[in-house]
Design a binder for this molecule. Sequence first.
Ligand code: C5P
Length: 297
Amino acid sequence: MDFTLTSDEPKVIRAYAKINLSLEVLGRRPDGYHSLVSVMQEISLADEILICPAAGVDVVADDPLVGTSDNLAGAAARLLMRASREVRGARISLHKHIPVAAGLAGGSADAAATLVSLNRISRAGLPVRRLLTLAARLGSDVPFFLYGGTCLVLGRGEHVVPLPAPAPVWYALSNPGIPVSTARVFMELPRCEWSNGRATESIADDVRQGKVRLGPNDLQTTLFRLYPAARRCFDRQVALAPGRTSVTGSGPTVYSACSSMHEAHDIAAQMRDAGYWADVARSVNPRPGENPCRSGS
Ligand code: C5P
């Protein structure tokens, strides 16, 4: 997320999306969730959020797919109200650019941005470790966004190991415009798709050397079985960028690592011409000292 929030004035903040450069499922936990190993990367595709302190919580959004009563950003504000007396509520306006239920974790990004900025503008002053606990309660992808940039993510998603910024990359993104249920993909995931996490650990090692390489996504086969439109989208884009195209999260968004901004725009334009939603984004990494979570304060 955008950590350049310096004044106490409410302002529009950017909540960046993520892609999974690699995602392996290790197994199913007793609580029904799955143990994961993933390298996650923040990208410049972002929602814009205006948060104003108010009495009670009110969420408005400009995308009809976004539920306003069960919204995760609203849930973040309510959780913060229970955690701190300083927080009386918030009016949250979401200007959505991140496709909903598309594997880009837009709802989780909005929730993390709400936690961090409402904590600041309401002067609640909860420390980072407390925000991380609240983030994990909101959803598996939320803790990652408190760190942002590039991270190795473990457990259910709550253990986040920040990685150094690798070389910047432009990505072409596309999807078939259908919402995917993450819960359904995980529920239908057979044991034979589980793996040992070593491929993802090796991707993380490459990132530590400054290199970006794409690893496996253990959810991909199940996604394609349940949502054939996702496979058709992937097949079309992988033909344009073979060997460097993958699916993010439980899909259906497909991304390709591109050699230039120009190539990313070219691939996105071809996917758009074929009837898909498409956009381009670059990797986002916070500057040293910019993100209080990464510096542990
Ligand atoms: O945590 P979140 O609400 O984002 O997860 C959505 C659904 O995805 C969960 O209800 C669960 O079924 C599945 N999931 C999982 N293991 C994870 C993350 C999500 O099984 N680590």
